[in-house]
Ligand binder design. Structure first.
Ligand SMILES: [Fe+2]
Length: 172
């Protein structure tokens, strides 16, 4: 969430509302997944259906090392969630293809408009991701300077560190 105002400016966040409020992160031992709940962030345009700024609620699940499911407030029907799934397919240790499933309650936008909104967001992320150094994910605890906003990323890396995953990671 910390990147929202700076990478997705005036869509998923905007200065001066840059603070990531405390949220909960746990490892579900039975499902063996990372879950972050009670995430919330002030967003100028939370989704293609948003007609005004709202405080968007999120649940993030990392169900496998390369699979993430995001549940976020559905602006036209706050009792329900919009859901975005990311299935990341490594093509080698440095590069991957992200496949998505979008489940949005939206009777306003055409499929093309909805895709364009999401492609705008992913295009902004892509510029950051392809320039990230190092490309592989550092897992050594000594290489981290975690801050409160990063508790999900820290829990994710610890979960990976305790698994036997080496592919695409820097373990030393
Ligand atoms: Fe992003």
């Amino acid at each position: 969430m910390a990147h929202f105002p700076f990478v997705h400016t005036d869509i998923l966040g905007a200065e001066p509302l840059t603070e990531v409020l405390p949220y909960n992160v746990r490892i579900d031992e039975e499902l063996d997944e990372v879950i972050a709940t009670e995430c919330r962030f002030a967003q100028p345009r939370a989704s293609a259906t948003a007609v005004e700024p709202i405080e968007t609620q999120y649940v993030y699940r990392v169900t496998r090392p390369n699979v993430a499911i995001l549940y976020k407030t559905c602006p036209p029907d706050p009792q329900r969630w919009d859901v975005l799934c990311l299935f990341v397919q490594p093509v080698d240790e440095d590069w991957c293809i992200a496949h998505t499933i979008m489940c949005y309650v939206d009777d306003i936008n055409s499929d093309e408009q909805l895709r364009r909104f999401q492609q705008t967001i992913f295009g902004q992320d892509l510029m950051i991701l392809i320039n990230q150094v190092p490309k592989r994910l550092p897992l050594a605890a000594s290489r981290e300077n975690p801050v409160r906003a990063d508790v999900l990323a820290t829990a994710y890396r610890r979960w990976l560190r305790e698994s036997d995953l080496h592919y695409g990671a820097i373990r030393g």
